[in-house]
Design a protein around this ligand. Sequence first.
Ligand code: FE2
Length: 376
Amino acid sequence: MPTDRILIVDDDALILQALSRILQSEGYDVVAHTDPVKAAEERDFTLVITDFMMPQLNGIELLGLLKAKVPDAVRMLLTAASDFKVASEAVNRGEVYRLLGKPWTMSELTASVRQAVEHYHLVQENSRLAREVAAKNAELMSVNHNLERLVIERTNGLLDGMISALDYRDTETQWHSRRVALFSRRIAMELGISGLELEIIEQGALLHDIGKIGVRDSILLKPGPLTPDEWVEMKLHPEIGYRMLSKMPYLLQASMIVWQHQERYDGQGYPRGLKGKDIHVGARIFCVADTLDAITSDRPYRKGRSLQVAKDEIKRCSGTQFDPEVVESFLRIPDGDWAKIREQVEGLEAEENKRFDGKPILGPGKRMTPPPAPKA
Ligand SMILES: [Fe+2]
């Protein structure tokens, strides 16, 4: 450990000499000045001990200058009893660490200097530790953040697989949920929604039917109309989805859309019969996007119908099934945008098929069962 350097300042050369000798004999490195103006230029010291009454610059003024330039150094003031009041005010203002009475006793001087030097090192060690803790915290936060991102990525991957499986099982097209998600996003943008809310709406639309995992095949894929009891089970799927997703904090908002995606603007939907703006805006948007996709997409048993047919149907149900404000926004969107989204999803499909030698798992029309009855 390097020797501590002590700066001493006194216009009385004899006092300076005496001080210097004592401190050197205690093992300190000493730099001494009779001129306070010169002393004010010093930069490298652990402790400064200065006289109070000096020409040009008094001790408190000198310590003020040194505090600005070497804030970490400990500052001590030598004062005669007559200057004690002024000096103690300087202590109270935090400019001086300790006063040393003049004349001093040897033991008082060496003990005070030792304590001041120890204080300096404690403060240094403390701030070193604080810096280390801050750096470790930042490191931990970044590790934590990366882990969280990884968990979200993996969870999304898992959910993606589940959605693909569900889309196959129910609508016979793997890409229904992805199209509806992007359609919903486009309508939301038209409504002036942006940022995180936009992401949430896309996510909610993507996951809307995930609760169908909990609906039995005999009901979900039933070719004929459902019995009242079967309907009860079918109508559970929004809540099953909500319960699944709301356990994941980052999907909590999206899970609200999942819960409400079968509600209708006029209150005739399910599971809770919510009405108007009580329904999450993402769910109100989703309903329009879902109808658009259902009408315009090919199914194994029929060709998709034109965009105009979808537009007419959505317009017809404005105010009953759909929120008129959402319908208005939807109708403002140029036709080409829907085609672009379809192309985008087809691109995803082609990419995925490429990974499996260009073979789709189940092309339209391959399924042998009769078409399922339309579900609300
Ligand atoms: Fe649904």
